[in-house]
Design a protein around this ligand. Structure first.
Ligand code: GAR
Length: 202
């Protein structure tokens, strides 16, 4: 399975997926391209160091549709079959989502549907939840809304700040994203409306 990864910044989830592909943990797959909408994204250098093809496609005042069309063209050129959003901080247009039905996944640093949008870890601290975590989900036209593939929990400690909680959630994100992509690559997932079920367990 050819994987395309979209990033905007640090790229640690992208690296977790790339390393799992490299080690054979995600069988029969390849990271075909890493695309960033920011030319200064730190993840770009890390991808290049690993010999992964990168591409910078900035928005440059264009409409979301025009920008997405160029990204889709780049994904198609690289024969991408699965799109992983990894800290990609832009909403996708409806056209983008229709181009890859059930083939775009995202990671979000909260237990959805709680704390959608930006600064999810800070939102969790301010709300006072005792447990948070991360969610890997398919992407649909609403923000942080598509069918959930898997979640991992993280306890919120009394002395946590947004930074300390984010760091512990991030560790779980890496494991969760690798496991979710592994299941998709192995075609082990069955999607039934909002529910995804492991075929082995269905
Ligand atoms: C991750 O914590 C990811 O869950 C979050 O951005 C960070 C990216 O880190 N994404 C979102 O908040 C999307 N709504 P990374 O660039 O090191 O993977």
């Amino acid at each position: 399975m050819n994987i395309g990864i979209l990033i905007s910044g640090r790229g640690s989830n992208m690296i977790a997926i790339a390393d799992a592909v490299e080690s054979g943990e995600i069988g029969g797959s390849e990271v075909a391209v890493v695309i960033s909408d920011k030319s200064d994204a730190a993840g770009l250098g890390k991808a290049r160091e690993r010999g992964i093809k990168t591409s910078v496609i900035e928005r440059n005042g264009r409409t979301r549709e025009e920008h997405d069309a160029e990204i889709i063209a780049e994904l198609r050129k690289n024969e991408v079959e699965l799109v992983c959003l990894a800290g990609y901080m832009r909403l996708l247009s409806a056209g983008f989502i229709r181009s890859y039905p059930n083939r775009i996944v995202n990671i979000h640093p909260s237990l959805l549907p709680s704390f959608r949008g930006l600064d999810a870890q800070k939102q969790a601290i301010e709300y006072g939840v005792k447990v948070s975590g991360c969610t890997v989900h398919f992407v649909d036209e609403d923000l942080d809304n598509g069918a959930i593939i898997l979640q991992r929990t993280v306890e919120v400690l009394d002395d946590d700040t947004a930074e300390t909680l984010s760091a512990r959630i991030l560790e779980q994100e890496h494991a969760a994203y690798v496991e979710a992509v592994r299941r998709i690559a192995a075609r082990d997932l069955w999607i039934n409306g909002r529910r995804t079920v492991l075929i082995a367990e269905a």
